[in-house]
Design a binder for this molecule. Sequence first.
Ligand SMILES: [Cu+2]
Length: 300
Amino acid sequence: MKRVNWSQLGLGLSALMFSALALANPERWQLNMTQGVSDTAAEVYRLHMITLWICVVIGIIVFGAMAIAMFKFRKSKGAEPAKWSHNTTAEVIWTVIPVLILIGVAWPATKTMFRMEDVTGSEMTVKVTGYQWMWRYEIVNYKGQPGGVSFVSRLDRESDSVRQRRSGLSPATVTDAAGRSTYLLDVDRPLVLPTDTKIRFVITADDVIHSWWVPAFGWKQDAIPGVINENWTQINAPGIYRGQCAELCGKDHGFMPIVVQAVTPAEFESWLAAEQATGDAATRVAQREPAAAPAVVAQY
Ligand SMILES: [Cu+2]
């Protein structure tokens, strides 16, 4: 019997873990959508792949027919153009088939969209507010209890000093513990969220339109002043999930990344309790006032 090579098994497992991690975060030369970390994100990915392959098949048929027509029936080979102008059968076929394909694609996509809009049964609410150029997160409630935690999350100070004109600093120096580049990807305070919990987000903005986008969740939601948008997610695995503001919102639009740190519900509960205990409630309420945002902006 073949003996198990533990070191190889370990290597294989860590490669698997790394690839799972890689799937959740932007990668250099990443061309496709991420498969995400929630059931809805996986569903969006599946629908995207089905549509992609339908388009590939249509593309091969259309461009293949065009190429054959161009090369096989070219004038230099003595081809004579056909003189007829209408063919009802052909017209019915090329109308009915695309309509059927469109219905076949739209039906499951619409069902998924309805499911993605349904925030009923949420176990916690997080309020997200976009500012030029940072995010404010507020844990409004968690499992029926008031959350009472609110904080600002903005570009990590290291990336911020490197990005300044003529800083003379190299972006290559901004990395995480594993040596991966986190330049312009990290924040000073990540949004900590529990896994296996239906989380409702209420999303708005305080100045101009922003858009809160974490690709691993499979959706993007506009943050509009005076409007409260809703969305939800249920994260299946702990990890760091990154995102960006996805609506051009001013000169530092590219410098307001999003970092979600997903932890187990038990870890989340202790984080929340610690935040509730250490934070000064009066300060937190004061920070919610719009006046607090320009004060932070002034540091730039
Ligand atoms: Cu923005």
